[in-house]
Design a protein around this ligand. Structure first.
Ligand code: SF4
Ligand code: SF4
Length: 117
């Protein structure tokens, strides 16, 4: 899709917003993508157990992994080709991200993903 500045924001070549942002990292905050009881994922107990973690307050979030602190449901290589393995069940926060938005551009910048024309 086209966003500000005529850049193309191809989510399948990106994945930046599926990684914990720098501000969270600096605060050692790993509760990035919340999974509420109303989430479609909540009705899949096995996936829920494998892909999410519960914090000390009892809130559930997507599990992060690796140095990239990427969501465990993300497959592929950041900035090249990625896919969300639970796309139809992804939490509300994931659905709210707008390609080309301020947050999107911040996430891409932080993960070193160049704009693709
Ligand atoms: S950071 Fe932007 S372009 Fe990248 S996956 Fe997220 S919404 Fe799509
Ligand atoms: S659930 Fe899917 S869209 Fe949401 S952060 Fe994880 S990989 Fe990205």
């Amino acid at each position: 899709m086209r966003g500000p500045g005529e850049h193309t924001y191809d989510c399948q070549q990106c994945g930046a917003c599926c990684c914990n942002p720098d501000e969270n990292r600096s605060e050692r905050y790993i509760d990035y993508v919340e999974v509420t009881r109303r989430s479609a994922l909540a009705s899949h107990p096995r996936l829920l157990q494998r892909l999410t973690v519960v914090n000390a307050s009892g809130e559930r979030h997507m599990r992060l992994r690796g140095a990239e602190q990427r969501c465990v449901a993300l497959e592929g290589t950041l900035g090249l080709r990625v896919a969300c393995t639970i796309y139809a069940l992804r939490p509300a926060g994931c659905r709210a991200v707008v390609p080309g938005s301020k947050e999107c551009r911040r996430d891409r910048r932080e993960r070193g993903i160049d704009f693709v024309k």
